[in-house]
Design a protein around this ligand. Structure first.
Ligand SMILES: *[C@@H]1O[C@H](CO)[C@@H](O)[C@H](O)[C@H]1NC(C)=O
Ligand SMILES: *[C@@H]1O[C@H](CO)[C@@H](O)[C@H](O)[C@H]1NC(C)=O
Ligand SMILES: *[C@@H]1O[C@H](CO)[C@@H](O)[C@H](O)[C@H]1NC(C)=O
Ligand SMILES: *[C@@H]1O[C@H](CO)[C@@H](O)[C@H](O)[C@H]1NC(C)=O
Ligand SMILES: *[C@@H]1O[C@H](CO)[C@@H](O)[C@H](O)[C@H]1NC(C)=O
Length: 305
C-alpha cells in the first residue's frame, strides 16, 4: 500500500531551507532556550496527522537534530481546542492517494516515514513536553508517547486512546509498546484492545500522563516554569540523560519495526480493515469534526452494529 505513494526522490533537487514541503501547520516561537510549537493543521477540522503535519514535523526535527540552535526544550501544544492531534489520515490506505513524502525514511530505511518521525522525536537531544488540551488518538497518542513528558488539563475535551484495534489493525508506530512500559501490561491490554477513550484524570492516575491540571492557566504556568528550568542546563547533559532513560524505558528500533510497523503493514491490506475504514470515512464525513471524531470511544461499537 505504502509503495503506491510518490517517491521523495524527485524532491531532493529542490533542497532549500527546508528538506520537505512546508505547510505552516506548526507555529513556533522561542525564548530562553524553550521552543514552543503549536500544532494547528489548518487543512483539517480535527488536527489530523496527515502529510501536511508530517512534512512540517520532519523539517522541525531536522532543525532540532542539528544541535546548532539555542533550543534546549521543545513544548508541543495545539491550536485546535478539541484535538491536540488526531489519528492518521486513513485516506493514505486507499488507491490513488498521493503524498509528497517518501514511504520509507531516507535515514532509517527500515522505518516508514511516520514511524521514523516519532522515533526521531524520542531521539532529539532536547527535552520534549506535550501540553494536552483536546483529543489525541491513534498516532496522535503515539506522538504523545514519543515525547519525554505529558501534561494535560482536566477539560472534558482531553481524551486519549489507541483506536487501531477497532479498525482491525494495531498501533503501528509502537504506541502500545510505550504504553506497556508507561502504564503496565494489563492496563495497556484493557485500553488498547477496547479502543476506548481515557480522560485526563484517569490518565494521570495510571501514569499515562505526568499530571492533570484543573485550569488551562495552571497547566501552562506549570509547564512554562518546568521548561524554563530544564532549559537552563547544558544541551549535552540533557541529551546524555535522555539516552539512558530511553535505553531503560523505550522499545528498541528493531522491535518497533518488527512487532508494530510490520504488523500494521500486514493487517492494513485485509479486506475487513479496508471495509471498516470506508465505514469510518462515511461516518466521519471524511474525518471532519462531528460526533464520531469527537466521541470515538462511545461511538465505535455502533459502527459494528
Ligand atoms: C529562535 O528565535 C530566534 C530569534 O527570533 C530565531 O532567529 C531562531 O531561528 C529561532 N529558533 C528556532 C529553532 O526556531
Ligand atoms: C546532536 O546531538 C545528538 C545527541 O547528542 C547526537 O547524537 C547527534 O549526532 C548530534 N547531531 C549533529 C548533527 O551533530
Ligand atoms: C488554527 O487554525 C484555524 C484555521 O483552521 C484558525 O481559525 C485558528 O485561529 C488557529 N488557531 C491558532 C491558535 O492559531
Ligand atoms: C530521522 O533521523 C535520521 C537521522 O538519525 C534522519 O536521517 C532522517 O531523515 C530522519 N527522518 C525524519 C522523518 O525525521
Ligand atoms: C478526504 O480528505 C482527503 C484529505 O484528508 C482528500 O485528499 C480526499 O480527496 C477527501 N475525499 C473525499 C471523498 O472528499
Amino acid at each position: 500500500m505504502f509503495r503506491r505513494l510518490l517517491s521523495f526522490a524527485s524532491f531532493a533537487l529542490l533542497a532549500s531551507a527546508a528538506r520537505y514541503p512546508s505547510y505552516g501547520t506548526l507555529q513556533t516561537t522561542n525564548s530562553s532556550g524553550v521552543l514552543n510549537v503549536v500544532i494547528n493543521n489548518t487543512f483539517s477540522s480535527v488536527n489530523l496527522f496527515d502529510e501536511h503535519v508530517m512534512s512540517d514535523l520532519a523539517n522541525l526535527i531536522e532543525t532540532l537534530q542539528a544541535n546548532d540552535t539555542d533550543i534546549h526544550v521543545v513544548v508541543f501544544s495545539s491550536g485546535n481546542k478539541d484535538f491536540f492531534l488526531d489519528h492518521f489520515d486513513v485516506n493514505y490506505f486507499f488507491p490513488g492517494y498521493a503524498s509528497p513524502l517518501p514511504i520509507f525514511d531516507g535515514g532509517i530505511p527500515t522505518m516508514l516515514f511516520p514511524v521514523a518521525i516519532l522515533w526521531n522525536i524520542t531521539q532529539l537531544p532536547q527535552a520534549t513536553i506535550a501540553v494536552i488540551e483536546g483529543r489525541a488518538r491513534g498516532v496522535g497518542n503515539e506522538f504523545l508517547m514519543s515525547c519525554d513528558m505529558r501534561f494535560a488539563s482536566t477539560s472534558p475535551s482531553v481524551l486519549l486512546g489507541q483506536l487501531e484495534t477497532s479498525f482491525g489493525s494495531n498501533p503501528g508506530a509502537g504506541g502500545a509498546m510505550y504504553l506497556a512500559q508507561q502504564i503496565g501490561r494489563g492496563r495497556t491490554f484493557e485500553y488498547v484492545l477496547s479502543s476506548t477513550d481515557v480522560d485526563a484524570l484517569t490518565a494521570e492516575y495510571i501514569g499515562w500522563i505526568n499530571c492533570a491540571f484543573d485550569t488551562a492557566d495552571a497547566l501552562h504556568a506549570y509547564v512554562d516554569a518546568l521548561a524554563k528550568r530544564i532549559a537552563l542546563f547544558p544541551l549535552a547533559g540533557i541529551a546524555g540523560t535522555k539516552q539512558g532513560i530511553n535505553a531503560a524505558s523505550r522499545p528498541g528500533l528493531d522491535v518497533i519495526v518488527q512487532d508494530a510497523q510490520d504488523v500494521i503493514l500486514r493487517l492494513e491490506a485485509r479486506p475487513e480493515v479496508l471495509a471498516f475504514t470506508e465505514k469510518f470515512l462515511a461516518a466521519t464525513n471524511n474525518q471532519s469534526i462531528g460526533p464520531v471524531e469527537l466521541n470515538y470511544g462511545e461511538e465505535v461499537p455502533k459502527l459494528y452494529n
